[in-house]
Write a protein that binds this ligand. Structure first.
Ligand SMILES: *[C@@H]1O[C@H](CO)[C@@H](O)[C@H](O)[C@H]1NC(C)=O
Ligand SMILES: *[C@@H]1O[C@H](CO)[C@@H](O)[C@H](O)[C@H]1NC(C)=O
Ligand SMILES: *[C@@H]1O[C@H](CO)[C@@H](O)[C@H](O)[C@H]1NC(C)=O
Ligand SMILES: *[C@@H]1O[C@H](CO)[C@@H](O)[C@H](O)[C@H]1NC(C)=O
Ligand SMILES: *[C@@H]1O[C@H](CO)[C@@H](O)[C@H](O)[C@H]1NC(C)=O
Ligand SMILES: *[C@@H]1O[C@H](CO)[C@@H](O)[C@H](O)[C@H]1NC(C)=O
Length: 369
């Protein structure tokens, strides 16, 4: 059982204070009475007085509807500050200086009528009330329709098994109410988590009993599969703009990591071929020409059915090589183009020359004729 402060207690105090105030104002007209109380087996019960007369000489509490001596439980005399127990005293009762009857460790058979007699110098006041002690509600049970979910994909329905009407739900220790991620049924007994986050792992319900104490269920632990969130890469030498530049014969290390649950699977692809490495790290002890090129690190969470990857290009360190190759390629084609153009242009020019010469000579020949 819980020993947190009962929620109804401040309310009860308030009732008491208000009634005492009322008592002060309507002293003469107010009649002594006992505040009815419903208690729980095993807990403390109280019978408070309302409209207490001034200058009380003795408060005496009795079982039943009469204030006979043989029914007396316990009495208190304010003038001598002394207590006296009676035949019905069980060892669990006492009267406070305000006349309240306290019963520790209430039992079901404490249920019944109680009568208080308050003696004042001018006479005697009596009041009778009914005290009811109920069996404590058993702690609620809890169950869910599943305990394994994928983050933000699956829904979970949780059920609180109790006959109580005031039910609270806790997700990872925090009390929850209906919101856009979860709904609680009108009777409070079902919690549906529409989307489950990776930190929403502990479910618990609690009932609030009539004394305001919380009685909590066991905890249910969800297994939430999540990630990979992203692929992080650490390498030696380090990568800049997706490019890892290294000398031939040097050592290259690459390591992919990722946040995921369960532990994700790693795969590596080099220039389109799957490598036989199933770890996040790859070590090339002495870089060769064949080991250059494009690497892809693939991180897969088979439970969440989510895969992410990251690409790295390994190149020779000396920067002019690729640029030189590109320059050569361009100038080579230009040369070819120029050669072709020169040849074509030359052929054209020769053609014109030959034509002009033939024309010239034939003209001269014509004139000569
Ligand atoms: C009631 O409580 C007072 C202390 O608060 C104690 O002195 C007294 O003996 C108690 N009376 C009985 C009958 O247990
Ligand atoms: C109440 O029950 C307890 C045992 O459960 C017993 O010892 C006690 O005498 C009973 N009291 C009355 C008033 O019947
Ligand atoms: C308690 O008191 C009420 C009214 O005074 C009476 O009707 C009832 O029978 C009593 N109950 C018991 C169990 O004595
Ligand atoms: C559990 O209940 C939720 C909400 O009703 C439902 O969406 C989900 O499919 C259920 N899961 C299983 C495994 O039955
Ligand atoms: C709810 O009450 C019924 C009948 O009163 C009982 O059979 C059942 O066991 C109770 N359930 C719980 C969880 O206490
Ligand atoms: C990955 O790292 C571990 C320890 O750091 C090492 O034992 C293992 O050989 C490495 N695997 C590869 C493929 O480099």
């Amino acid at each position: 059982m819980e020993f947190s402060r009962p929620k109804c207690s401040p309310w009860r105090e308030l009732v008491l204070v208000t009634s005492l105030l009322a008592c002060g104002i309507f002293q003469s007209s107010g009649q002594l009475s006992i505040v009815p109380f419903i208690g729980l087996e095993g807990y403390r019960s109280f019978l408070d007085l309302e409209n207490i007369p001034e200058d009380a000489q003795e408060y005496s509490w009795h079982r039943g509807v009469s204030d006979s001596e043989r029914n007396m439980i316990v009495s208190y005399r304010p003038p001598s500050n002394s207590w006296q127990s009676g035949p019905m005293f069980s060892g669990r009762e006492n009267v406070t200086k305000e006349g309240r009857l306290n019963i520790k460790n209430s039992m079901l058979n404490d249920t019944g009528n109680y009568t208080v007699r308050v003696d004042v110098s001018s006479g005697t006041h009596r009041a009778t009330s009914w005290l009811e002690i109920r069996e404590e509600e058993s702690d609620p049970g809890i169950s869910t329709n599943t305990t394994s979910v994928v983050e933000y994909m699956d829904s979970v329905a949780a059920f609180c098994h109790t006959n109580a009407t005031t039910i609270r739900w806790y997700v990872s220790g925090i009390q929850v109410s209906s919101n856009d991620l979860m709904t609680i049924s009108p009777d409070g007994k079902t919690l549906i988590m529409l989307k489950v986050g990776r930190y929403d792992v502990i479910l618990r319900c609690a009932l609030e009993n009539i004394l305001g104490y919380l009685q909590k269920s066991e905890q249910i632990f969800l297994t939430v599969a999540y990630g990979p969130d992203n692929v992080r890469l650490r390498s030696d030498p380090s990568v800049f703009n997706g490019i890892l530049s290294a000398e031939l014969g040097s050592k290259v290390e690459m390591k992919c990591t990722s946040t995921a649950f369960p532990e994700p699977k790693y795969r590596w692809i080099h220039n389109g071929s799957l490598l036989s490495i199933s770890e996040g790290n790859i070590t090339l002890p002495s870089l060769t020409w064949e080991q250059m090129g494009r690497y892809r690190c693939i991180v897969e969470n088979p439970v969440a059915q989510l895969t992410m990857y990251r690409d790295i290009q390994i190149q020779r360190k000396t920067g002019y090589i690729p640029i030189g190759e590109i320059d050569f390629y361009i100038s080579g084609s230009l040369v070819v183009f120029l050669i072709v153009m020169t040849v074509l242009g030359g052929v054209y020019l020769c053609g014109i020359l030959v034509y002009l010469m033939i024309n010239h000579f034939s003209t001269r020949t014509n004139r000569a004729i």
